[in-house]
Design a protein around this ligand. Structure first.
Ligand SMILES: NC(=O)C1=CN([C@@H]2O[C@H](COP(=O)(O)OP(=O)(O)OC[C@H]3O[C@@H](n4cnc5c(N)ncnc54)[C@H](OP(=O)(O)O)[C@@H]3O)[C@@H](O)[C@H]2O)C=CC1
Ligand SMILES: CC(=O)N[C@@H](CCC(=O)OP(=O)(O)O)C(=O)O
Length: 343
């Protein structure tokens, strides 16, 4: 399987190189970006010396389609929409990591991303790529989910599908490390603003709000809205979500853990924690794992879910490789079962 990576000089593009260069069925055929054409990737990123010595090439869709079997777009939202078009028109296998093909309701992308959407017929061709929910899919055009959305949806799926929580009671509090913002620095991502600090951002305006809601509504049409808040924390990678929802009927933590353990029994990348154990960032960093801990408070009748994942792996490149595996009929875990980096 020969692949091309467009947007390879960004953080998720680099993760694609790291993961795909260890994948037994994949050859990285070509690398592409906007501003670094004709540079060797290992000259820009010395950690890749001896691991990947490819030269970055111009983005020529016809050549890419001639030389490879699948293309990854690890490019910013708005850019992917345009770059994807020739591949979509040719029905060429494509996995896009941006938000450009995730929101299926007309007008939603413009509202939440504040820019022009891709053509609606292209958006509708893309399958939403939440890996654990799309076994045996034949789709060859995947809209890889957002990082927060991945954690929120994997955490809520068993409860929402089983209709165990009140549809208007879902509160999602997400905290992300800085690599989630991509490689281009800004005033708010300056070390002085971030180190030793913690800030809320995009209050009630985060673009993953409609993405999470869209999927939850497919599982339970009675869910009309969610509360979702995001914060920036001074770590390089990792997301921790704390999610609250009110139960319809009393339950025990043992029953809750049993529900999740049974739901995710066959899923290699979701690790349900035992009663009273809650995941941290270090236990998932560098890996494709999404870890979920569960609690129940009988006084408030609230369930609390604690979820951690690596935004660049399960939240981006790792899930994209998982989607390649599903698309190609490879075992879903192929090339992805590497232990998290600790300490
Ligand atoms: N970072 C994360 O944790 C996550 C990111 N995503 C999504 O994945 C995508 C990539 O994110 P991330 O890796 O953080 O982004 P970065 O900002 O780190 O990198 C962006 C990449 O896109 C390239 N690029 C930018 N503009 C263009 C253009 N006009 N034409 C061609 N290439 C271009 C850049 O190339 P050059 O160096 O030449 O400028 C660079 O390689 C985004 O859509 C993001 O929303 C999704 C989930 C998590
Ligand atoms: C820390 C930080 O800024 N994180 C980014 C997540 C990026 C992402 O996943 O964006 P897409 O949905 O466009 O792919 C954010 O909150 O916007």
């Amino acid at each position: 399987m020969k692949v091309a990576i467009i947007g390879v000089t960004g953080y998720s593009g680099l993760e694609l190189i790291r993961l795909l260069s260890q994948h037994p069925e994949v050859i990285i055929q070509s690398l592409h970006s906007q501003s670094m054409v004709h540079h060797k990737i290992s000259d820009i990123y010395p950690h890749l010396q001896n691991c990947c010595e490819l030269m970055i090439k111009e983005i020529e869709p016809a050549t890419i389609m001639e030389e490879t079997d699948l293309v990854f777009l690890a490019t910013p939202s708005g850019v992917s929409a345009t770059l994807a078009q020739p591949f979509i028109e040719a029905d060429f296998p494509l996995i896009d990591l941006s938000g450009d093909f995730r929101l299926k309701t007309e007008g939603s992308y413009e509202k939440w991303y504040g820019k022009e959407a891709a053509p609606i017929d292209s958006i509708l061709k893309a399958e939403y790529g939440l890996g654990e929910e799309r076994q045996n899919s034949q789709a060859n055009f995947i809209a890889n989910p957002g990082c927060y959305a991945t954690g929120a949806l994997l955490s809520l799926a068993p409860l929402v599908k089983a209709k165990m929580i009140q549809p208007d009671s879902i509160i999602i509090d997400g905290k992300s490390g800085l690599s989630g913002a991509g490689k281009v620095p800004s005033t708010s991502s300056h070390a002085v603003s971030v180190m030793g600090n913690m800030t809320v951002y995009k209050m009630n305006q985060h673009q993953h709000t409609p993405e999470i809601l869209q999927q939850l509504q497919q599982w339970n049409a009675n869910i009309e809205a969610i509360q979702f808040t995001t914060s920036l924390i001074p770590v390089t990678r990792g997301i921790l979500l704390t999610i609250y929802a009110k139960v319809n009927e009393e339950l025990t933590e043992e029953a809750l853990v049993e529900l999740y353990t049974s739901y995710y029994r066959e899923k290699a990348f979701v690790r349900v924690q035992p009663v009273g154990v809650y995941p941290d960032l270090k236990q998932v960093q560098g890996s494709n794992y999404c870890d979920i801990g569960l609690a129940y408070n009988s006084e408030t009748r609230l369930i609390t879910l604690v979820c951690t994942l690596d935004n660049l792996v399960k939240g981006a490149a790792g899930q994209a490789v998982q989607n390649l595996n599903i698309m190609c009929g490879f075992p879903e875990e192929l090339g992805l079962i590497n232990s998290p980096v600790f300490p």
